[in-house]
Design a protein around this ligand. Structure first.
Ligand code: ADP
Ligand code: MG
Length: 312
């Protein structure tokens, strides 16, 4: 494209909240064959909500929620925010709904949380830390099996049922014992299905890649109309998926939001960071979709196609 054409397209993009980082990015998007979507925070709203909290031990419900929330308070993950919110709600809102003063304090104050130490985030798996000198693990099956926590059949069945209904089952182990499970729902963005349909009509193949488990992934993919799903993919694995699609010379776009996605955004021919995102993701991307709206994936490809046909 000519410098003028690039300038015009960049301007049109900017008015739509689509930031294009240079002529090369603009050029590449017209021949995109695959668009890889991250699930959490990209196809979904990233506004996860706890729908179920089930204790599978002697522990009292309030105790269980405080324990899990204390552990997750150090995490930035959307699942962690949902868990802390739910526990706070349980403690401060349910029984004292008319006490506005108290509610107000509760939302600002973290005094109800227990002290934790040795926190570590394990991307694609969950988190681990110490509470009362004992280890707490919050995350998926992989995290449990790596720490030799057995999941009894009735708990496995409970988790599988959550997953069939597109929820993520978060498993909690404390002091070597499985103590409970939380079910978390994260609704699709309103425009997600329409965008998937639009891409297919343009001859572009949508693929979903996620660190979440296969059952949840399939349920979400079905809702949004994506046939090609890759689940239980660790952050580095997302970049590998892209490289394997590029092998036959295909142009691959990646749309993602999180720190987890930056290797994939960098590996893609066209990396699109969506939403406020993280600085790392924005850094690694060729496009930044400021409005956090998936329709702008189509806007970006359209803009590139139009720019390149205009100058031919
Ligand atoms: P995605 O690829 O869909 O954005 P992630 O790679 O961020 O998902 O996470 C993959 C899985 O790891 C989650 O579905 C969850 O099971 C687990 N996980 C990650 N972080 C946490 C956390 N803070 N608390 C509980 N589980 C977590
Ligand atoms: Mg994500």
């Amino acid at each position: 494209a000519t410098p003028t054409a690039v300038m015009v397209a960049t301007g049109v993009g900017a008015t739509n909240g689509v930031l294009i980082k240079g002529g090369d990015a603009l050029e590449k998007a017209h021949k995109v064959k695959y668009v890889i979507f991250d699930k959490t925070g990209t196809l979904t709203q990233g506004k996860a909500t706890v729908t179920t909290a089930k204790v599978f031990s002697e522990m009292d419900r309030g105790e269980f929620l405080t324990l899990v929330a204390s552990a997750e308070a150090s995490s930035e993950h959307p699942l962690a925010k949902a868990i802390v919110d739910y526990a706070r709600h349980f403690h401060f809102f349910d029984e004292s709904i008319e006490d506005g003063e108290k509610n107000n304090k509760a939302t600002q104050n973290s005094g109800w949380l227990l002290d934790t130490s040795d926190f570590s985030a394990l991307p694609g798996k969950g988190i681990q830390c110490l509470v009362n000198g004992k280890t707490i693990l919050v995350g998926n099956r992989k995290l449990m099996s790596e720490n030799a926590i057995t999941i009894p059949d009735h708990v496995e069945k409970f988790v599988a049922d959550l997953e069939e209904s597109a929820k993520t089952g978060v498993i909690v182990a404390y002091n070597g014992e499985l103590v409970g499970v939380m079910g978390i729902a994260d609704p699709l963005k309103r425009e997600a299905a329409v965008v998937v349909e639009g891409l297919l009509r343009m001859g572009v193949l949508p693929i979903m890649v996620t660190g979440d488990n296969w059952r949840t992934a399939r349920a979400v993919a079905k809702e949004v109309g994506i046939k090609d799903v890759r689940a239980e993919v660790m952050p580095a694995g997302k970049a590998e998926v892209i490289r394997s699609l590029q092998k036959d010379g295909s142009t691959v776009a990646m749309v993602g939001d999180g720190i987890n996605d930056s290797p994939a955004l960098a590996a893609a021919d066209v990396g699109m960071a969506i939403g406020a995102g993280t600085d790392v993701a924005i850094e690694a991307a060729d496009y930044v979709l400021m409005r956090n709206n998936l329709e702008d994936v189509i806007t970006a490809i359209d803009l590139s196609r139009k720019t390149l046909t205009r100058i031919r």
